[in-house]
Design a protein around this ligand. Structure first.
Ligand SMILES: [Zn+2]
Ligand SMILES: [Zn+2]
Length: 239
């Protein structure tokens, strides 16, 4: 399985999963030109020279939905979403919107997606993507680690996990109080410390961890990386 993280953060999110001729874009929260360039660079061929076979939208926030509806309408690419997400966001022509249950696995070509609901201020899912040989987990936009998430992602070869904010930087930062409260809440985003709690409990099997959805204002990559490195001490996983 080939994984290309095209963009991650509140400015936009898109990750391409490719295996045995199937290419699925999870979230399409980047501009069409950037997306087309990144897909071409990632070797996403297809009839249009750059198109994925399908787009899976994790939740209805703009930094994830992005150009999904445009791709659906203009390039006739099916968009997969949970019922709640499809209700909350325009995803294009309803005939090409495929609904999935946020608790049941579904297949797109060579890839199987296993969702799990996450606590966020929009109906959100973590996804484990399985091509029969390798498994990768993607979990961003969650206010806390819900029961069962560790078991859901345990043993995945690759884990892409949100590490949104440093608590001190958020406290001292420029955001208004209501926004700070929203981010910190159980339906907001995951702090470096919360991400580390999951990483520290991660059983063997994971060889690569990627920290995702870092805040530009309330985090610094080196803070998130240092904390995660400590949490993963003694484990095989690399950052
Ligand atoms: Zn987001
Ligand atoms: Zn969100």
């Amino acid at each position: 399985m080939q994984i290309t993280i095209i963009a991650s953060g509140s400015g936009g999110n898109a990750t391409l999963f490719a295996s045995r001729g199937t290419r699925v874009l999870v979230d399409a929260g980047v501009g069409p030109r950037v997306l087309a360039q990144c897909l071409a660079a990632a070797g996403a061929g297809g009839a249009l020279g750059w198109a994925p076979d399908a787009i899976v939208v994790t939740h209805a926030h703009a930094d994830h939905v992005g150009v999904a509806a445009k791709y659906n309408k203009k390039h006739k690419i099916p968009v997969y979403a949970s019922e709640a997400t499809a209700r909350a966001a325009a995803l294009g022509d309803p005939e090409r919107v495929r609904l999935f249950s946020s608790r049941e696995p579904f297949a797109i070509g060579a890839l199987t997606f296993s969702p799990k609901p996450l606590p966020h201020d929009a109906a959100q899912v973590a996804l484990v993507v399985d091509d029969g040989a390798r498994r990768a987990a993607l979990a961003t936009d969650l206010g806390e680690i819900p029961p069962g998430l560790l078991e859901h992602v345990a043993g995945c070869d690759v884990l892409m996990l949100e590490s949104n904010y440093d608590e001190d930087m958020l406290d001292a930062g420029p955001y208004p109080q209501h926004l700070k409260r929203r981010i910190r809440s159980a339906r907001g985003h995951l702090s470096n410390a919360q991400a580390c709690a999951l990483l520290a409990a991660l059983p063997g099997g994971t060889h690569t961890v990627a920290l995702m959805h870092l805040s530009e204002n309330n985090n610094r990559p080196e803070l998130a990386l240092d904390a995660a490195r400590d949490a993963l001490a003694g484990k095989r996983a690399r950052l």
